[in-house]
Design a protein around this ligand. Sequence first.
Ligand code: IMP
Ligand code: MG
Length: 169
Amino acid sequence: MSKELKVLIGKEKIERRVKELAGEIKSSFPPPFTVISLLKGAFVFTSDLVRNLEGVEVDFMRLKSYRGKRRGETAITLEPELPVAGRKILLVDDIFDTGESLEFAVRWLRERGAEEVRTCVLLDKEVEKGTSLKPDFVGFKVPDYFVVGYGLDLDEKFRELPYVAYLKE
Ligand code: IMP
Ligand code: MG
């Protein structure tokens, strides 16, 4: 069965919200701080977000999740290059689904002595969470659809789309 892409959040709407979000960040968590972007999904969002912030450092980390029947196991496959200890960090992800990856990354950064960790996600999926963590900054709430575009993929496809879409059967 072929699947059709349906736009959920258009390009201009994302552009406006990212600017607004940067304003919210600047007023409640003013730079300087280090943005840590979770690869690969957050790379597009991060690049737009940081161009609306001044006085930040940018680094990346990558997680791998093994999702079985039980609670998923998460591991780091790429550590940030900058030392985490003593840094103020804004952790950026594409989508907050069960929340397990973000929770893992926050814990990892705190264990390594980060002075402060705030979290920012473009999308927050309306599903039951596996954590009590709430992202500090959220771009959009989305229904429980599998979404792609603006960095998010389905088997490595669709990351380059300038909008967020879902797949309809
Ligand atoms: P969580 O640990 O369940 O919150 O999963 C978060 C990660 O799963 C995100 O960083 C994405 O990489 C991936 N993910 C979750 N939902 C979607 C989706 O709808 N589309 C694409 N990737 C998703
Ligand atoms: Mg991801």
